[in-house]
Design a protein around this ligand. Structure first.
Ligand code: SF4
Length: 448
C-alpha cells in the first residue's frame, strides 16, 4: 500500500503521542474512538493513510520536538492532523506557520474535532466486526497499569505556567464516569491506576462536588470520595498532582489502612515562601512541613515525590538554602528538578532579577546532590524490610519491579535478580537486600 491512498481494507491511521501522561490519556481516547469506528492503527508512517500527531507545547524543547515530529510525518506520509497543547498556541498559527500543509489543527482534549478531521480526510469503512472494541478502550501503557484522567484544565495561575491558557479552567469528569472507566480497566487486567489531572486535590470543585452514581450508588464528585471508591477496586491506586490543602488530610487514613497507596506526588516547586508567592503557587500559604509531619504521624510509610524549579527570577542564595532545607526536613523521597526557563506567554517572564545561567546550573547540581542523599537515606530505611512489588518486565538479569513508592517512568525500581519465573503484571513479596541512590534490590520471599 502506498502512503497516500485509501486501502480497500480498514483505513489506517498512524499515531504519534508526545508529552505528559495527560496528553497520553487524550491519545488513548482518540485511539479508542478510531478503533471503535473501524480504523486500523499503523505502526509506521509509510503504511498509514494519514497520521495524527498529539503534540506538547509546555516548554521550548517540547515545542521544537513537536514541530520536528510534524515535519517528519509530513515528509514521510504527507497527510497530517495535529492535536494537543501546541495546536492551541496562538490558535494554531504557530503550527500553521511552520507547516502550512497540515490538514487540521486542534488543541488538547478535542477528541470530537480530531475525529471530524479524520472523517473529512479519511472516511471510515463500515464494518460491524471492527466496530467492536474492548470496553476498557485501547491502552498505550503496558497492560498492567493505566492512567486515569479525572479532570482537565486548572483554576490556578502559576506565574511560570501557560497550561490554563492552553487548557482552560478546571473541568472535572463526573465521578460515575471516572469510576466506570476505572472498573473496566480493572476488569481488563489493570493492576495499578495512576490518577492524573492538573490539580487532583481540586477534583469536583467546578461541579460543586455534585452527587453522581456508580453502580446505583450515590457518590460525591470529590477527591476523598474518589479515593475511597477507587480503594475498593482491589488494585494499586496512586495519586498524582495533589497540593497540600487541609482537605487532603482526610485521604491519609485511607493510605494507612492500605486502601490506596501511601504515595503522593506533590509538585512543591520550591521551599521558600517568598518564591512560592512570586510563583503564585496553590497552597503557598500553607505550612507544608507541618502538614507532612502530621501525615507521617498517621501514615509513617508515606512516600512523597515532587518537582522543583531552581533559578526562578528573584531567587537568592538564602531562598535556595531554604529549598535545600525543605527537601531535607520534608524527607522528599523522590524529586525532579528543572532549571527555570521562560515559557512564551508566561507572566513570570516579566519578573525582575533573572538568575544567571551559571548560577542556575550550580544550584541545580547542589540540589541534585542533596536530593540524592535524602533519597539514599529513605531507601536505606527499607533495608531488610518486606515489601509488595509489582513486576513491570523481565530482562536477562531477572525481574524489574516497583514498590508502592515508585511510580512508573519517573521513580526508581526494585530489581529482583534471577527471578525470571515472575511475569509482568504480577505482584510479589520481596525482602529488600540492597539499596542504591534511587533503586532497591530484593529477593522473593517464597509463599509458605
Ligand atoms: S497548578 Fe499551576 S503549574 Fe499546575 S497547571 Fe495549574 S497553573 Fe500550571
Amino acid at each position: 500500500m502506498t502512503s497516500n491512498k485509501l486501502s480497500a481494507h480498514a483505513p489506517k491511521v498512524g499515531f504519534v503521542s508526545l508529552g505528559c501522561p495527560k496528553a497520553l490519556v487524550d491519545s488513548e481516547r482518540i485511539l479508542t474512538q478510531l478503533r471503535a469506528e473501524g480504523y486500523a492503527i499503523s505502526p509506521s508512517y509509510q503504511d498509514a493513510d494519514l497520521v495524527v500527531v498529539n503534540t506538547c507545547g509546555f516548554i521550548d524543547s517540547a515545542t521544537e520536538e513537536s514541530l520536528d515530529t510534524i515535519g517528519e510525518a509530513l515528509a514521510e506520509n504527507g497527510k497530517v492532523i495535529v492535536t494537543g497543547c501546541l495546536g492551541a498556541r496562538e490558535d494554531g498559527a504557530l503550527v500553521r506557520q511552520a507547516h502550512p500543509s497540515v490538514l487540521a489543527i486542534t488543541g488538547p482534549h478535542a477528541y470530537e474535532e480530531v475525529m471530524h478531521a479524520v472523517h473529512d480526510h479519511l472516511p471510515p469503512l463500515h464494518d460491524p466486526f471492527t466496530d467492536l472494541i474492548p470496553p476498557q478502550g485501547v491502552k498505550l501503557t503496558p497492560k498492567h497499569y493505566a492512567y486515569l484522567k479525572i479532570s482537565e484544565g486548572c483554576n490556578h495561575r502559576c506565574s511560570f505556567c501557560i497550561i490554563p491558557q492552553l487548557r482552560g479552567d478546571l473541568v472535572s469528569r463526573p465521578i460515575g464516569e471516572v469510576m466506570t472507566e476505572a472498573e473496566n480497566l480493572v476488569k481488563a487486567g489493570v493492576k495499578e491506576l495512576l490518577v492524573v489531572s492538573q490539580d487532583t486535590s481540586a477534583y469536583g470543585l467546578d461541579l460543586k462536588y455534585k452527587t453522581d452514581f456508580w453502580g446505583g450508588r450515590p457518590l460525591k464528585t470529590k477527591f476523598y470520595d474518589l479515593a475511597q471508591a477507587l480503594g475498593e477496586l482491589g488494585v494499586w491506586v496512586r495519586m498524582h498532582y495533589v497540593y497540600p490543602y487541609p482537605h487532603v488530610d482526610e485521604v491519609i487514613p485511607l493510605m494507612a489502612e492500605g486502601k490506596i497507596l501511601p504515595y503522593l506526588d506533590i509538585p512543591f516547586q520550591h521551599g521558600s515562601q517568598r518564591i512560592l508567592k512570586s510563583m503564585k503557587r496553590p497552597a503557598s500559604s500553607e505550612n507544608a512541613l507541618a502538614r507532612i509531619k502530621a501525615w507521617r504521624e498517621i501514615c509513617p510509610e508515606l512516600a512523597i515525590r515532587s518537582t522543583f524549579i531552581v533559578g526562578f527570577p528573584g531567587e537568592t542564595e538564602d531562598d535556595f538554602e531554604q529549598l535545600l532545607e525543605f527537601i531535607d526536613e520534608a524527607k522528599i523521597d523522590r524529586a525532579g528538578c528543572f532549571k527555570y526557563s521562560p515559557v512564551d506567554g508566561a507572566p513570570a517572564n516579566d519578573l525582575p532579577d533573572a538568575v544567571p545561567e551559571e548560577i542556575k546550573e550550580e544550584r541545580w547540581h547542589r540540589f541534585m546532590a542533596r536530593q540524592t542523599e535524602v533519597s539514599t537515606s529513605c531507601l536505606e530505611d527499607k533495608l531488610g524490610k518486606r515489601m509488595t512489588v509489582l513486576v513491570d518486565e523481565i530482562d536477562a538479569e531477572g525481574a524489574v519491579a516497583r514498590s508502592y513508592a515508585d511510580a512508573p517512568e519517573i521513580d526508581g525500581n526494585v530489581f529482583i535478580d534471577g527471578a525470571t519465573e515472575l511475569k509482568p503484571g504480577q505482584f510479589a513479596e520481596v525482602e529488600i537486600t540492597e539499596f542504591g541512590e534511587h533503586d532497591l534490590w530484593g529477593r522473593v520471599i517464597p509463599r509458605t
